[in-house]
Design a protein around this ligand. Structure first.
Ligand code: PEP
Length: 249
């Protein structure tokens, strides 16, 4: 990871009512040590963003949304535009495997969402990763290459983060080994160098996601290509998330 500030992002998924979100962010805020050198991001459901923006103002906690639509405005029932988010949060997760799996997201829609987010000054956390079958048939590298190349087609700004999340490691308790994650993330870094040039690519934070917890975060972050983590389950318990932040920072 070198000398960069680690990035730890919590993806709360479809968990927490407004009051539960307030409670969780309050506990994270109270437990955070200002001396920790870590970029802390929490991504609650949309309904809590406005309240959490008030509560996190002036704290080291940054906010992210879990998704965004690519159109600016219009008859798109249920959708949220990047312009609506830009005053509420700094980050947005784009192309999470659950969105690709359950909501028919493709490399093309991911690409449109990335472009729309960047246009509105949001920093996307673009998720890529292979499923178990692809992993077992040694197709991880080709799947990830396709996701990166298609997802980033026509994008010139390197103001984004990439989360490598092998689908077989998400929510399973079976994280990838640090060496395996580092190897795939090295491939991602090389693809980014080809797209954005070496210097810009080195500055793009690469996060690992998939069963990250307080016991494996240190080893993951010790890898040269791992700049941080996208954390699901363990971000919903303040003590576990704080323990990850403490070790990262
Ligand atoms: C995720 O879904 O982004 C994730 C990494 O989940 P978990 O940490 O629970 O595996």
């Amino acid at each position: 990871m070198g000398n960069k500030t680690p990035v730890i992002a919590g993806n709360w998924k479809m968990h927490t009512t407004l009051s539960e979100a307030v409670d969780l962010v309050t506990k994270i805020g109270q437990g955070t040590d200002k001396g920790w050198r870590v970029e802390t991001i929490v991504c609650p459901p949309f309904i809590s963003l406005a309240k959490l923006k008030e509560l996190t103002a002036g704290t080291p906690i940054e906010l992210g949304a879990q998704d965004v639509f690519y159109e600016e405005i219009g008859a798109y029932t249920g959708e949220i535009s990047p312009g609506m988010l830009s005053g509420l949060c700094r980050y947005v997760i784009v192309g999470h495997s659950e969105r690709r799996m359950y909501f028919c997201e493709t490399d093309e829609t991911v690409n449109r969402k990335l472009k729309a987010s960047i246009k509105h000054g949001l920093r996307p956390i673009m998720c890529v990763g292979e499923n178990l079958t692809e992993n077992e048939s040694s197709n991880a590298e080709s799947v990830i290459s396709r996701q990166i190349k298609e997802g980033l087609k026509g994008i010139e700004s390197a103001e984004l983060l990439i989360a490598y999340e092998p689908i077989w490691a998400i929510g399973t308790g079976k994280a990838a080994t640090a060496a395996y994650a580092n190897n795939i993330m090295g491939l991602i870094r090389n693809l980014l160098k080809g797209l954005f040039g070496s210097e810009a690519a080195l500055n793009i934070p690469l996060l690992y996601g998939g069963s990250v917890n307080a016991s494996n975060i240190t080893e993951l972050l010790s890898q040269p290509e791992v700049d941080g983590a996208l954390v699901g389950g363990a971000s919903l318990k303040a003590d576990q998330f704080l323990s990850i932040l403490k070790q990262a920072g």
